[in-house]
Design a protein around this ligand. Sequence first.
Ligand code: FES
Ligand code: FES
Length: 208
Amino acid sequence: MSDRNNPPETSGVSRRGFLKGIGVGTVAGGLLSPAGLQQAIAKNGDVLGPGEFPLTLQINGQTRKLSVEPRVTLLDALRNRLDLTGAKKVCDRGTCGACTVLVDGQPVYSCSMLAVEAEGRKITTIEGIGTPAKMNDVQKAFVKHDAQQCGFCTPGFVVASTAFVRKHPDATMEDVRRGLGGNLCRCGTYAGMLLAVVDAAKTTKGGA
Ligand code: FES
Ligand code: FES
């Protein structure tokens, strides 16, 4: 959202600083580096693929087994193979944040990470963040402040915000505005969301 006004990144938690700090852009980009990719698709000296191979992922505290080709992204594996459709496929190119999940606690664009790269790592999707009966502090604050409209970008915002408030218990409105710059809302429901995340940061106090 901060891109619209393109503010100078002079202080606080800048958009890029936040991305580097909590890993959305950095992790997504780094995981697709040639060296990382080569390592990911080779096991014990054997190159995986091009056909499907068995894969085990740790998702929301559960062990999930599936078969995928090496080219399958984590997002497609979640949505198309494991029926975890909370993470949304919008841009499919690492710019909108609708597909955000946590990998080892860090927010990642799951459209920009291969499923095979996620093996052995702890994945948390929006389905594992909370439920309607047991929402986390961010979800409660989103409801309280009527933070979003379409619901399509909401899961990514909630996942990214959950990671954000853990690291920024004293976040100001400006911190949130800059910090969540890796997630985009096309209908512009930012006012309620800013209030919600500041509220959730105070409630969470870094412990969510
Ligand atoms: S769908 Fe992944 S960043 Fe947009
Ligand atoms: S609330 Fe989802 S795009 Fe605006």
